[in-house]
Design a protein around this ligand. Structure first.
Ligand code: F6P
Length: 555
């Protein structure tokens, strides 16, 4: 299957697995807090600075040098170095779909080369980007005009999953770089409220609709796209003349885009070797470029490429995505902490948890191994969740500090903000540092007793004021959230997910798990409209359908 290691070998039979298992026993009662006591200089030793304006501090994770050694050995035994080369070499590592996973090609410079089926993909990548760049620049300058000859003021990006989350998140994150461009809006949910509420304040004569769908068949996207198309026509007194000036498509299904009414000049291609959740670097990111301009979009790609190079060229023991991956595996598989909280202390990354949910959970939420056997004896992808700091502190941090489960967390912190309210940013920074410190150090009974006594409280409160500590976190500290930094950060997560998938022996690049619900929804649609329930509908679903119809008939 071209996956570079013995896929049928059990992860749990690897020599390093047993070693880690033995080491884990010592970590049930202790963690990073104790490690700091026994190893001064740990903070620097356990941090990586692949670039001078980016520091990744793993020191609050419960890993000793010995654990790190074993984790790196496990990654090696599982063929991670070879798998990295296979990915960059364009091998068909997405084995269940027989495809390469070549998102790294999307951010390679023009002089690079990656051969796929005897053809270099880089010239084509750059050709599409160049065409996209010309179009973006014309829209932003007002040269590319609407049907009535006026400039576009608003863009509506219609897509879902990878055709929405990445572009939406990055567009919001890079808002300070949007000098004078059109306003970009995103519609994803088939819930009509999403489209209705977005279009309510827009003028169809000034709006460019960008339909982003790799397949151009996704039910939600096509439903929204058809309704938006009607809105455009209605807004032009029912005339379709000039309609194509208002439509852009990003898709690998060019014919379907043409049938929808998008002109070939306004259709930008993507390739089957780009997975939806890895696609924002392609023309799928056109809305990012429309919002912030092509130069900033290029910087985003360059940043991702810089981290790609770090990932490809750095030994595993200093390799940021690989270390993040292996520490995640340590927490999930050995220390019983199978979730991951994404905590950006950076409001501009508010949507990062949602983006990473798809990136990680759609990639590694698998229970079949590459060889088709069931994953046994270990868990795979974590449940990913989170929210921007400090909002999370006033919502779910209680559980993180004192709940019965350990929740590993990633803190993302910008040293400098892109606004003028220094006081706000200083408070934000202090909170970020305080939370990761509190999670690790906790507060022992003696300290809790002192607090309680100081407040004149009863001894029964001591237990409630105690914090176990040793709750793992990583802090990613960066100077500024520039487009380049954004690219680097996202590349870390993409490669982390890839390494974890490789170690778990699963295919991170397919998503068969989304299929069943999609096909059942198609079968249930006629029943929702009043027809018979499909033969495969279970008793509960039939029961719900009955009540649904009764309620809808009243409305
Ligand atoms: O949710 C499944 C999925 O296939 C995602 O992987 C993808 O990002 C999304 O649907 C949208 O697909 P498309 O771009 O083909 O509309």
């Amino acid at each position: 299957m071209g996956t570079g290691s013995d896929d049928t070998a059990l992860l749990t039979s690897c020599p390093s697995w047993a070693r880690l298992d033995a080491l884990a026993r010592g970590f049930r009662a202790r963690g990073a807090r104790e490690l700091f006591q026994s190893a001064p200089g740990r903070a620097a030793a356990m941090s990586c600075a692949p670039f001078e304006d980016l520091l990744i501090d793993f020191s609050k994770q419960p890993v000793s040098e010995e654990v790190l050694d074993a984790l790196v050995a496990l990654a090696t035994e599982r063929g991670v170095p070879a798998a990295i080369e296979q990915m960059f070499g364009g091998e068909a590592i997405n084995v269940t779909e027989g495809r390469a996973a070549l998102h790294v090609a999307l951010r390679m410079p023009a002089h690079a080369s990656i051969m796929l089926d005897g053809q270099d993909v880089i010239p084509e990548v750059h050709a599409v980007r160049e065409r996209m760049g010309e179009f973006v620049t014309r829209v932003r300058s007002g040269e590319e005009v609407a049907a009535d000859g006026g400039a576009f003021t608003d863009i509506v990006n219609i897509g879902i999953g990878g055709s929405d989350l990445g572009p939406r998140m990055v567009t919001e994150a890079l808002a300070p770089y949007a000098e004078g461009g059109p306003t970009v809006h995103f519609v994803s949910n088939v819930d009509g409220w999403d489209l209705t509420s977005t279009l309510a304040n827009l003028d169809p004569r000034r709006t460019l609709v960008v339909v982003v769908s790799k397949t151009f068949t996704t039910q939600e996207t096509m439903t929204n796209a058809r309704t938006a198309r009607r809105w455009l026509v209605d807004g032009h007194a029912g005339s379709e003349e000039g309609l194509e000036r208002h439509l852009v498509a990003v898709s690998s299904a060019r014919d379907a885009a043409a049938a929808f009414g998008v002109s070939p000049e306004r259709t930008f291609g993507i390739w089957e070797w780009v997975g939806g959740r890895y696609s924002l670097w392609s023309a799928v990111g056109i809305s990012i470029a429309l919002a912030v301009g092509m130069d900033h979009f290029e910087s985003l790609l360059e940043g991702a490429h810089e981290m790609d190079s770090h990932f490809r060229d750095t030994p595993l023991a200093r390799n940021v995505p690989a270390l993040a991956a292996m520490i995640g595996i340590w927490n999930a598989n050995f220390l019983g902490a199978p979730t991951l909280a994404i905590l950006p202390y950076d409001e501009r990354l508010r949507l990062l948890p949602a983006y990473l949910q798809q990136a990680d959970m759609e990639s590694n939420g698998k229970s079949s191994r590459l060889d088709g056997a069931r994953v046994e004896g270990y868990g795979t992808g974590p449940v990913v969740w989170g929210a921007a700091g400090t909002n999370g502190q006033h919502a779910f941090y209680q559980l993180m500090h004192q709940g019965t489960q350990r929740v590993p967390a990633d803190f993302l912190v910008a040293a400098t903000a892109e606004h003028e309210h220094d006081e706000h940013h200083e408070i934000l920074l202090a909170n970020a540092l305080a939370q990761s410190q509190a999670l690790m150090m906790g507060r022992d009974r003696e300290a809790a007793r002192a607090v309680v006594e100081g407040e004149g409280g009863g001894a029964s409160l001591v237990a409630h004021r105690t914090f176990d500590g040793n709750r793992p976190s990583t802090t990613m500290l960066y100077e500024r959230l520039t487009p380049r930094m954004m690219g680097r950060i996202l590349s870390v997560y993409e490669h982390k997910i890839f390494v974890q998938g490789r170690v778990w022996g699963i295919n991170s690049f397919d998503q068969w798990g989304v299929e069943l619900g999609k096909s059942l929804a198609k079968g249930l649609l006629p029943a929702v409209r009043g027809g018979d329930a499909p033969a495969d509908a279970d008793e509960s679903t039939r029961h719900l359908l009955g009540h649904l119809r009764r309620m809808r008939s009243k409305g």
